[in-house]
Design a protein around this ligand. Structure first.
Ligand code: ADP
Ligand code: MG
Length: 329
């Protein structure tokens, strides 16, 4: 990990949701006084990100990646845990303090179509964060906006056009421009290139890498795609059913990734490339009551009686931690 003081520091973050049951089942449960079963979407997750660093978050659908982004953005309250952004407490803060936290952290979303209001011009879209935070420049607004667009590879002519006139890749550039208007310390990208064609994906990844370097941005880059996460990240954390199972430098992922779930994901990525059938991972909803011990034990090839104890995240090499009793490099 970098020697710099972290921009983002997350400690033991947890968040659960009630598992949805049918209406009849939920009425019966209420009559019987049974508490709804809970699903731990995030379970005791800790990590940090330094300035200028990209931390990749890798995991299959349902592993808790978006929940992590939403808890950090304040869309969901955490059940427990804490986080500091640029030295400020992120949760349990209100009013001006909350606004100051939000100003320092912006997000790029997956859907380049749904994430931009079709009734607003690009000018209105990129000015919105400035208005919310009372930071509209009093002089030379147009040249300020034109420079912001140029930074993400868009022409000045885009300012007074509606999002519907742009391609998916261009819309994602508008979303990135909006996210950077307040010059945040942290950018969260949740599946930001997943909806794009492969060639456009490469251009947006290149743009994000350039912007991160120029602005010394800390970036939390979330994706289910092994290749994409490896390309953009310095370090990677792997989530399985809300649990952080491994953390390691991105360039060690293929050679040294050793949690059985990490190995499964890497094999799955290889299988996909070769057009073969995906191996079974056993993902799906597991209620909290069934969560004792290792989260991966029910499908793990290394599983033994020790796995009924939750494995701690232990350091097995510099900057490499793994939550498995048996995994070795
Ligand atoms: P990912 O982004 O990795 O696909 P999510 O964070 O969206 O995963 O979801 C993790 C788990 O939490 C899933 O099982 C999902 O169904 C559940 N979940 C997420 N948001 C909610 C919600 N608002 N209400 C109930 N369950 C939710
Ligand atoms: Mg998601």
């Amino acid at each position: 990990m970098s020697e710099q003081k972290p921009v983002l520091e997350v400690n033991n973050l947890s968040r659960s949701f009630a598992i949805e049951s049918s209406m009849l089942q939920s009425i019966t449960e209420r009559i019987r006084g049974v508490k709804p079963q809970l699903l731990k979407a995030l379970h005791d997750v800790s990590f940090s990100i330094a300035a200028g660093e990209t931390l990749g978050v890798l995991g299959e659908s349902g592993s808790g990646k978006s929940t992590l982004a939403r808890v950090l953005m304040g869309i969901y309250e955490p059940d427990s845990g804490s986080a500091m952004l640029c030295g400020r407490e992120m949760f349990d803060v209100h009013g001006a303090d909350r606004l100051a936290v939000l100003k320092n952290m912006q997000m790029v979303f997956q859907d380049p179509f749904g994430s931009l209001d079709p009734r607003m011009t690009v000018r209105q879209i990129i000015c919105e964060p400035l208005k919310i935070h009372g930071m509209m420049p009093q002089k030379n607004l147009d040249s300020f906006l034109v420079k912001a667009l140029a930074d993400v590879g868009l022409e000045a002519g885009a300012l007074d056009i509606y999002p519907s006139e742009f391609s998916g890749g261009q819309r994602q550039r508008i979303g990135i421009c909006r996210a950077l208007m307040l010059n945040p310390g942290l950018l969260i990208a949740d599946e930001a290139v997943s909806a794009l064609d492969v060639s456009v994906q490469a251009q947006i990844l290149e743009l994000l890498i350039r912007l991160r370097t120029e602005r010394n941005l800390a970036m939390l880059f979330i994706s289910h795609d092994v290749a994409v996460v490896r390309q953009i990240s310095e370090r990677i954390i792997l989530l399985y059913r809300g649990n952080l199972v491994e953390e390691l430098p991105a360039d060690h992922l293929l050679t040294h990734g050793c949690h059985p779930y990490t190995r499964h994901l890497l094999e799955a990525a290889l299988f996909l490339r070769e057009g073969a059938r995906l191996p079974e991972s056993g993902s799906g909803i597991i209620p909290m009551a069934n969560f004792e011990g290792c989260c991966y034990r029910s499908v793990c090839p290394l599983s033994q009686s020790e796995c009924f104890q939750r494995p701690p995240l232990r350091e097995i090499a510099p900057n490499h931690r793994v939550a498995c009793h048996f995994a070795r490099r």
